[in-house]
Write a protein that binds this ligand. Structure first.
Ligand code: ADP
Ligand code: GLC
Length: 493
């Protein structure tokens, strides 16, 4: 592979990442993890990487005070030519340069996403300002790698208003992390806030129908390459069920679409060095250490302290995507005197309340921690025996990867990246990484949990073998970073 990369000229390649969130500055889900970990993996392969992000007010003060002001300029944005301030604040972290686009009109909120009415102007501004900033910085990348609908206008701007500017020499990659969110609004609204030429709105590029336009759709049409975060999801989104209305569009553009599965940052997610764990561990002492971490977790969360219980964790945004209605449907059958359930998540009040109700009903057996809490997440990954991910759809999913790295056995539905990363346990050979079910049905989820229980309580040595195998599985970014580099190299030509 190393030779391959040299051949395509990947070494020394300049890549700009543009997206709406990035750990440790701002993270609401897996996009934040990828925007952090993939640039670092590319850097290790010899790329020069810059990450461009909005300068949200909610970025923690400890990072804001380390930013330096690089410059500012005025930029025309809207169709009536209104000019907006673009400030560039910069920070370097472990060799990666982060440029934050500063404008208080757009980013001065407590939350990155505040509803489509504000988000559409916000990300039109951000996409255009990111390209203008690259020109201003005179840092012209070979490839601009954009992420999700919030940065989907970048490829459109690149080939239109910026085509004959210095940054116009760059090629673009647009990654779909989640097709459910697309940035749809009235054609007039998008025309106004993008300032893009009228003719673009007469073709199917952006159009959903005679009244509405779709930012993601436009970006997918204009990007040189489209990637998504697993091979299975790349196929799924070309079907009616998973395509979120863009399946025909994606099928039409399939020649430039590929799936590259995510990894995780194995320095952050390292059970040996994880300072947030009561008892750090490696493969050699995982079984004993996990029991200790389990008891510490039970104590912290007010559960009955008993290392013999099977503790099932759920760390998730609480939205329909995550299969929570299946969990809700069989919850009372899942919890019994042998099984405890720990939930960490925030989201839809319907699910938040359901889980609070279960916590109340099953005191000492269920904990519903309705918050976003990084440190508790680490302790749940380490202290649980199994992790539940029964998603309706899952482009990649990182929680099952982190779970495996921490020796926690995933119980997942076979969809998207879950299918590509969790090999089903085979009761005849004892092989596999976790317990899986295929159709989106609560009885099948319950059956998968029961199968896991049976192996845990009745065939412990087989369970322990899964734990060790999961810890040894390569869930790092290395292989996938190579695939991205190869793709960038092909574009650079
Ligand atoms: P998605 O991006 O769809 O939310 P992923 O599985 O790709 O799902 O990524 C979720 C990421 O967010 C993981 O790093 C997970 O640990 C983290 N996470 C989700 N909910 C919480 C929470 N309530 N507290 C802490 N971390 C969370
Ligand atoms: C999205 C998807 C998730 C994926 C993450 C990072 O939020 O829902 O499956 O792991 O992006 O790519």
């Amino acid at each position: 592979m190393a030779n391959d990369l040299e051949f395509v000229g990947a070494k020394g390649m300049k890549v700009a990442f543009i997206g709406s969130e990035c750990y440790p500055f701002i993270k609401t889900g897996g996009l934040g993890d990828v925007m952090y970990a993939l640039p670092r993996a590319l850097l290790r392969q010899g790329c020069e990487v810059r990450v461009i992000l909005p300068c949200y007010r909610c970025i923690p003060e400890k990072y804001r005070e380390r930013m330096t002001y690089v410059g500012s300029f005025g930029m025309n944005l809207t169709s009536d030519g209104r000019s907006f301030y673009v400030g560039i604040m910069e920070l370097e972290l472990d060799g990666v340069t982060y440029d934050f686009i500063d404008n208080r009109d757009f980013f001065d909120w407590g939350n990155p996403y505040t509803g489509l009415w504000e988000d559409i102007p916000k990300y039109c501004y951000f996409s255009k300002a990111s390209l203008a900033a690259l020109n201003f910085l005179e840092w012209i990348p070979d490839v601009i790698h954009c992420h999700d609908w919030q940065a989907a206008l970048v490829p459109v701007y690149l080939r239109t208003l910026f085509d004959v500017t210095p940054v116009g020499s760059a090629r673009s990659v647009l990654t779909i992390h989640n097709l459910r969110f697309q940035g749809i609004c009235s054609i007039e609204h998008l025309k106004y806030w993008t300032g893009l030429p009228d003719f673009l709105f007469n073709y199917p590029v952006f159009k959903v129908n005679d009244h509405e336009a779709n930012m993601f759709k436009g970006g997918l049409a204009y990007a040189d390459r489209i990637t998504t975060v697993s091979s299975t999801y790349a196929g799924e989104i070309q079907t009616d069920f998973y395509g979120e209305g863009l399946n025909s569009h994606l099928w039409y553009h399939r020649a430039k679409l590929i799936g590259i599965v995510n990894g995780i940052d194995i320095d952050i997610w390292n059970s040996r060095t994880d300072k947030l764990l009561p008892v750090p561990y490696g493969e050699e002492n995982v079984l004993k250490a996990k029991r200790e971490n389990k008891k510490a977790l039970q104590t912290r969360l007010g559960l009955t302290v008993d290392e013999n219980k099977l503790v099932i964790g759920l760390i998730s945004r609480l939205t329909d995507q995550k299969g929570l209605d299946l969990i809700d449907a069989v919850f009372t059958q899942m919890v019994d005197e042998n099984v405890q359930v720990v939930i960490l998540g925030t989201g839809d009040p319907r699910y938040e309340n359901a889980f609070r109700y279960y916590e109340n009903t099953f005191k000492g057996q269920v904990c519903a921690y309705i918050k976003y809490d990084e440190s508790l997440a680490h302790q749940i990954y380490a202290g649980s025996d199994a992790l539940l991910v029964p998603s309706l759809f899952e482009p990649c999913g990182l929680t099952q990867l982190i779970a495996m790295r921490y020796g926690t056995v995933p119980i997942v539905r076979e969809t998207g990246g879950l299918k590509d990363t969790v090999e089903p346990y085979n009761e005849y050979t004892g092989e596999g990484n976790g317990f899986t079910f295929d159709q989106y049905r609560a009885d099948l989820l319950l059956d998968a949990v029961r199968r896991a229980e049976r192996v845990y309580f009745e065939e412990r040595s087989r369970w322990d073998a899964i734990v060790t195998r999961d810890m040894e599985k390569d869930v790092s970014w290395e292989h996938s970073a190579d695939l991205y580099l190869k793709l960038y190299g092909e574009l650079k030509g």
